[in-house]
Every structure is written in structure tokens, then in C-alpha cells.
Design a protein around this ligand. Sequence first.
Ligand SMILES: Cc1cc2nc3c(=O)[nH]c(=O)nc-3n(C[C@H](O)[C@H](O)[C@H](O)COP(=O)(O)O)c2cc1C
Length: 217
Amino acid sequence: MNREKNGKAKRHKKDNFQSVEVKGKYMETTKAIHLRRSIRRYLPDPVDRELIKEILEDAMWAPSGVNLQPWYYVVLTSEEDMNLLKGIMAEMAGRLTPELEERFRKNPDVVKHTTGFLQTLGDAPACALVFYQTPQEPEKVTMVMSLGASAQNFCLSAADKGLGTCMIGPNFSPETMENMRQIFAPDKGPLGCLITLGYPKITPKAPRRKDGRWVIR
Ligand SMILES: Cc1cc2nc3c(=O)[nH]c(=O)nc-3n(C[C@H](O)[C@H](O)[C@H](O)COP(=O)(O)O)c2cc1C
């Protein structure tokens, strides 16, 4: 928005900018970044819709290539929808099991935990399905990164409010992905990822961060 000499805002015909107001009632960003964990076991307590709206609003404020905002969130909160989703996930996890058993022959616990979480979604009371707006978007790396940035905003905002999340996928079969799109967002692009949402029952220890992943020159 341009400002005229007398200080009054002058609106362009096509004004793409807006002022931002943030209420500072939550924890610091750095704390949220470090304390956020992927949660795989949830309490049954529902998540307040107003809180979900706040989290979604934060997800909308992620950066995106040419500000395209290529995401579309569908947040499931009803038992009916969650059971429908878990049914699809359980079917997919069943198909995935032989491949995982082969890959983790020496470590069967990994298979048990991975498929267990996919089947039950850790009993999360809610789950966000993050779709692309159009079918072509996931072909562009910029758009994949943009959706990831928004998903991370979602997770950090939830952590800020004492809620747990876990990003999942989207390495499901094309049939599973299309099935979810048809059911939950038939007029949108493909599924980008799932994000479980709820109050943590178990918060795992932070997985170790690898050394040697950055340099300052
Ligand atoms: C794109 C993406 C996909 C993921 N998919 C899964 C998944 O399918 N199952 C799972 O249990 N965790 C999944 N995770 C969570 C990671 O395992 C987790 O972020 C990592 O182990 C680090 O742990 P932290 O998030 O608690 O710091 C995913 C994370 C990302 C970013």
C-alpha cells in the first residue's frame, strides 16, 4: 500500500498487501522450534475449533513461491471422518507391510511401530490433510517447498499452543492419495501430506540432530 503525503493510505486498484496484527500470547519462536516433537500417541481430548482456526491462520502466513499459496487444508475433527481416514490408512499400511518387513528384516520393531502409527494415527482426535490447489503444483519443487513451509508453520503453531502434531507422507500409493482427494477435496490437487493433531499422550525424547549439516563462510 502506498502512503500519500498527508499520511493517508492510498489503495491501488489491485492491492495485494495487508497490515498484520499479532497477539503475543504464546511462547517464543525459538522455544517452539526446539520443543516441537513428532507426536505418535495422543489423548482423546478434542481440539477446540477456535484453536484450530488460529493454527490454520498461522499456516496461511508461510512464505510461498510468487506468493501462490498453493495449499488447501482440510482438517478432520469428527469421529466419522477420522474413522474413514484411518480405514484408508490401515488398508495402505497393510499393503506396505511386506515391503517394510523386507527392508527392516533385522529390526521388526520398526515395522510394528511404523505400521501401527499409520493404522491408528496414534488415536489423534484430529488430522489435517494438506492438498495442493491444482494438479500441476507438485511437479514444481518451489510449490512442494511452499507446502512444506506452510505445514511447518502449522506444526510450530500447534506446538506453541501445547498441541502435538506429526507430519506423514506423502509416500503412499497413487491409489491411496487419489482416494483421499476424491473423498475429502475432489476439486483440489493431489495430497501433499497429512498432519495429525491433538494433545500429546506421550512426548518422545528429541531424536539426535546430525552434526556437519551447515557451514558459515
Ligand atoms: C515430510 C515428512 C514426513 C514424515 N512422515 C512420517 C511418517 O510417515 N511416520 C512417522 O512416524 N513420522 C513421520 N515424520 C516425522 C519424522 O519422523 C520426524 O520429524 C523426525 O524423526 C524428527 O523427529 P521430531 O519431529 O520429533 O524432531 C515425517 C516428517 C516429515 C517432515
